[in-house]
Ligand binder design. Structure first.
Ligand code: PLP
Length: 377
């Protein structure tokens, strides 16, 4: 198979694809998977097992609901604002901006709620989101907070908080909201630290078309919602929590695929601690190759916040023909079967996305190519 370093939709475990292929033609009683009624017993069982495995993997405590929604992670930028701003006009929605996605989330909240309801606590925009996160004493939290929002892994810039996020700075009565689209299930987390976590599936979980939301049940209270405008039914978290995500036809195929990935994580990988160790080994191999290249490869992200999932780097940036060299690097990598290595169109450079399904062996093939390329050009 081609080695796919795409930032999303990302690659899937081969065994999952093989099993899904079989289910397409025949899954239950002569039906292919996509032909199942979402109200039938066979699909009900798929949904229940998918949720149960997800809960088990992340050790989601009682008192949290798991919702399967559509509209991608981008729609969550709107739903979070509408469902959690609350009625108190003095309370602000606090956003920590550490890259392109959290910036977009803050913009959408401003658009929906008005600038006066949104406060940017800290922003790394000036340093081009290079992971230079200012010290905590420079963060400007609001006096009264409706919630605090951050993105745990900024996919475009390769910046990840992980367990370096200053959880203690968030008062316990303020819900912490997190976009984990590009690093969910990359390792264990403590769900109880959060009010709400959401993640678009198409990086570490399954195909595009499904977004998983974990919400603490007290945040479903009507008192948390926006009171200045109606919330469309399908953007209201309660519509999903009261119907087991079955108010209307759910994305049956993506749910099934996520279920297979969860099984793969449980049985073939052995759980999230094992997954985390593999992810650390992969990203360490790549960052070591970059840092050990005497400046030929340069990662612009500050070391403390380098992402395990999206490794961004430049090819000999000091050289007068850096642009041509980068093009050549990408073309030669592609000729060797390593694709989707170009950085996001807004930042350029190289980006290797090392989602869960990427193997250490494949990362080592990239590292070997990088060394050989450097020695040759
Ligand atoms: N948040 C993060 C961290 C992402 O990486 C992405 C997509 O790459 C999004 C949000 C937007 O996701 P979607 O395209 O599913 O709306």
């Amino acid at each position: 198979r081609i080695i796919n370093f795409s930032a999303g939709p990302g690659l899937m475990p081969v065994s999952v694809l093989a099993e899904a292929g079989q289910s397409m033609a025949s899954f239950s009683q002569g039906h292919g998977l996509m032909e199942l009624s979402h109200r039938g017993k066979a699909f009900e069982a798929v949904l229940a097992e998918t949720e149960a495995d997800f809960r088990q993997l992340l050790a989601i405590p009682d008192g949290y609901s798991v919702l399967f929604m559509q509209g991608g992670a981008t729609l969550q930028f709107s739903t979070v604002a509408l469902n959690l701003v609350g009625a108190d006009a003095d309370a602000k929605c606090d956003y920590i901006v550490s890259g392109a996605w959290s910036a977009k989330a803050a913009e959408e909240a401003e658009r929906l709620l008005g600038k006066e309801r949104v406060n940017v606590v800290v922003s790394t925009k000036k340093s081009k989101h290079n992971g230079d996160i200012p010290a905590l004493d420079q963060w400007k939290f609001s006096q009264k907070q409706a919630y605090v929002f951050y993105c745990d892994n900024e996919t475009v810039h390769g910046v990840e908080f992980g367990n370096k996020f200053p959880f203690d700075a968030i008062p316990s009565n303020v819900p912490l909201i997190c976009d984990m689209s590009s690093n969910i299930l990359s390792g264990a987390i403590d769900v109880s630290k959060y009010g709400l976590i959401f993640a678009g599936a198409q990086k570490n979980m399954g195909p595009a078309g499904i977004t998983v939301v974990i919400i603490r049940d007290d945040l479903l209270s009507p008192s948390r919602k926006c009171t200045t405008q109606p919330i469309p039914q399908l953007l209201d978290y309660n519509t999903y929590s009261t119907s087991q995500s079955m108010h209307n036809t759910p994305p049956t195929f993506p749910i099934y695929m996520c279920g297979l990935v969860f099984k793969w994580l449980k049985t073939e990988i052995g759980g999230l601690d094992q997954m985390s160790a593999i992810n650390t080994a992969k990203s360490t191999a790549l960052y070591n190759a970059i840092d050990g290249s005497n400046g030929f490869y340069v990662c612009p992200v500050s070391k403390a916040y380098r992402s395990r999932m999206n490794v961004c780097f430049l090819v000999n940036p000091k050289s007068p023909d850096a642009a041509a060299l980068e093009k050549r690097f990408l073309a030669e990598a592609e000729a060797k079967g390593m694709v989707q290595l170009a950085g996001h169109r807004s930042v350029g450079g190289v980006r290797a996305s090392l989602y869960n399904a990427m193997t250490l062996e494949n990362v080592e093939i990239l590292v070997a190519f990088m060394k050989e390329f450097q020695a040759r050009v």
